[in-house]
Design a protein around this ligand. Structure first.
Ligand SMILES: C[S@@+](CC[C@H](N)C(=O)[O-])C[C@H]1O[C@@H](n2cnc3c(N)ncnc32)[C@H](O)[C@@H]1O
Length: 223
C-alpha cells in the first residue's frame, strides 16, 4: 500500500512524467518481463545486462527480479526522487530484492542522459511516451536503440486507444503532437516489432510491444 500511496501522490505532483494513476498490474508487469523470463534465442552464456527504465514503485521490477538468472545484472533508471528513495528502501529491506541487491544499480537521472557502457541485452520501459513531445519520443527511441546490443530486445507499453481518444477531444496542437508520437512509434514498430500483446487486466488496458533492433550498419574502414 505505501507504494500505491506514493504512486498516486507522484501522479498528482508530476503527471507529465508519471503518466498513470496506478502502478502496472501484475499482468502488465509480467508481460513486460516476458524476455527476462524466457531469454532471447541467441543469449550468450554468462549473465545478461538488463535495463529497466522508469521503474516507479517497482511493480515491474518485482517481476524482473523474480526472473533474474544467477549472473544477470540489472540497472534501473528513474527520474523521480520519491520513487528512487522508495526503491532504494525496498532493495535494503525486502528479502527478494535484498537477495539480488549486489547485482542491481539504481541511476537517479533521465534515461536520455545515460552514459554508454557495455550494451544491454534487454531494455524494459515503463515510460509514459504519450505524455511527451514527438521529438522527445524520437530521442528516447534512439537512446534505447543505442543502449541495446544488436539483436537486443526492447519491451514497452502504451494504453490501448489512448492516442485515438485524446485526439478526439483535443485542439490542433495536441492532435499534431499525438500524430507525431504515432509516427515515431509506427516507424520503429513497423520495422522491428516481433510481438504485441494486449493486457486487459490493467487500469487502463494496455498494449505491450516487443521490439528487436537489428545490427547497426558498420562503417567501412578506409584501406
Ligand atoms: C507510467 S510510470 C511506470 C512505473 C512502473 N514501471 C509501473 O509500471 O508501475 C512512468 C515512470 O517513468 C519515470 N520516468 C518518466 N520519465 C523518465 C525519464 N526520462 N527517465 C527515467 N524515468 C522516467 C516516472 O518517474 C515513472 O516512474
Amino acid at each position: 500500500m505505501p507504494g500505491y500511496r506514493t504512486f498516486f501522490r507522484e501522479f498528482r505532483r508530476h503527471f507529465h512524467t508519471t503518466g498513470a494513476v496506478l502502478p502496472s498490474s501484475r499482468f502488465l508487469a509480467s508481460a513486460l518481463a516476458r524476455y527476462v523470463r524466457r531469454g532471447v534465442e541467441d543469449d550468450v552464456s554468462g549473465g545478461r545486462r538488463i535495463l529497466e527504465v522508469g521503474p516507479g514503485t517497482g511493480s515491474v521490477t518485482d517481476r524482473i527480479v523474480a526472473a533474474l538468472r544467477p549472473d544477470d545484472r540489472l540497472d534501473l533508471v528513474e527520474v523521480n526522487d520519491e520513487f528512487v528513495a522508495l526503491l532504494r528502501g525496498r532493495f535494503e529491506t525486502e528479502a527478494p530484492l535484498q537477495a539480488v541487491a549486489d547485482r542491481v544499480r539504481i541511476f537517479h537521472q533521465r534515461v536520455e542522459e545515460m552514459q554508454q557502457e557495455e550494451p544491454y541485452d534487454l531494455v524494459v520501459s515503463g515510460l509514459p511516451l504519450n505524455n511527451f513531445s514527438a521529438e522527445a519520443v524520437e530521442q528516447i527511441l534512439d537512446v534505447f536503440a543505442e543502449l541495446l546490443r544488436a539483436g537486443g530486445r526492447l519491451s514497452f507499453f502504451e494504453y490501448i486507444g489512448i492516442r485515438a481518444m485524446r485526439t478526439l477531444v483535443s485542439g490542433k496542437a495536441e492532435r499534431q503532437r499525438l500524430r507525431g508520437i504515432g509516427a515515431a512509434l509506427g516507424s520503429v514498430l513497423s520495422r522491428h516489432e516481433i510481438r504485441r500483446q494486449a493486457v486487459w487486466m490493467n487500469v487502463p488496458p494496455a498494449w505491450v510491444h516487443h521490439v528487436e533492433f537489428p545490427p547497426r550498419p558498420t562503417r567501412g574502414v578506409a584501406p
